[in-house]
Design a protein around this ligand. Sequence first.
Ligand code: GLN
Length: 532
Amino acid sequence: MNTKYIFVTGGVVSSLGKGIISASIGKLLQARGYKVTIQKFDPYINIDPGTLNPYEHGECYVTVDGMETDLDLGHYERFTGIHTTRNNSITTGRIYKTVIDRERHGDYLGKTIQVVPHITDEIKRRMLREDEKGENLDFVITEVGGTIGDIESAPFMEAIRQLRWQLGRDAVCVHLTYVPYLKAAEELKTKPTQHSVKELQGMGIQPDILVLRTERHLDDAVRMKVASFCNVDLECVVQSEDMPSIYQVPVSMQRQGLDAAIMRKIGIPVGETPSMKSWHDFLDKQSNATREVHIGLVGKYDLQDAYKSIRESLNLAGIYNDVKVKLHFINSEDITPENVAKKLEGMAGAVICPGFGHRGIEGKITAIQYTRTHDIPTFGICLGMQMMVIEFARHVLGLADAHSTEMNPDTQHPVIDLMEEQKNITGMGGTMRLGAYDCALQEGSKARSIYGKALIQERHRHRYEFNNTYLDDFEKNGMQCVGRNPEGNLVEVVEQPDKKWFIGTQFHPEYASTVLHPHPLFMDFIKASITM
Ligand code: GLN
């Protein structure tokens, strides 16, 4: 079968969950035995979201090959278990950069470079994944960020229009809209959907399938109305009601025949509906897990999306441990030695979050001192691990001004220091130590027994590292450096064996948790927290 292309666009408002719908479509087609990939095209001008503040854009998700990407790629990977790469996350900035570099190189000598056709051609090339020949994909699902009608997404819409024309039945357009409920009128309103579809049609795109986001159940009359006003078959109008869990969305979409509708549009036999047994087993476990375990998330971003993958990893690990993880965001900027006991009260475990810069650092250190001395399970991730190291240096090794040179370049004791290969780097974008690296785990360590193997690969996103000059001091006093990168000898995992669960990782294990394969570190951390 030649590759089929599914385009997912959104209308009316943002934050409808296009990423979840795209991931669900991917999951359902994968369950039918197809080889799929899901990619995201974002209309902003940054080359990647790596330099964006999480308040702007939520978490930055890192692929195995070291691209800093949109958090929707996290959903794609968690739902399907399929790794994405740098070619699954494209921005307007990258498109323009490629075209402008080519222009400077002289590839278009004599020609005027224009949005149409040069920018749209480059978008099409990427949508078709022409740099990735040989993937033998059955389906490429392309989600376009933003909302229909945005000026900046117009070239992407034009590329989709052209591709649909060119690909015929091999391309399908799924449009996600919103059906609001007006309380005063006690009515569900389809007009915004009609307008949104008109807008799409005005760009020459007729959606094949409409997914209506709604907080209330839509009856057939509403769906029929939408179908007839928008020129879409009734069976191709599905609803996406608010669900207690995003992981129920694929099942709801399957029940309504979203995948079957896509296949019919394309003209491939629908066949039997896959049972998705392991997914259903997971959902059963999720609904049976009622006992609560309270975990504190110590970080500085009071925003759901900022620590998306960490939150999902903890939730998933909870479900597989038959408990419901209740996450409590604890703003590290507000933590003081006086209130730390109160802030952490009732927490069965604490995660010290990743991050950059000064803000909230001392609060993280104070929180770690508390959890360490009270033997509360503690999981430090990236900056969190670095803060574990600093806390230990200050309060156990007696190096009072120990710090990371990121926060204090003049510290007497730079226990966390800039990596050698980072020293001459001046640019900010895409220049960190990014992506998956090997890590060898020490025989007899807790990390090694948790992973059950000696060599692991995990993803990174940092510039600073443990300063090996202090290694002996740490190890003699109870903090072991049990994971190392075999090439550079960089410390990737620290642990305190005398504690119940006290592990810090320089890497980000949260990027590797998936629905069907929760991450062993998160699993073990929750297990330890339950038995507190
Ligand atoms: N700021 C730290 C560094 O660059 C940690 C980064 C992170 O937590 N992702 O090394």
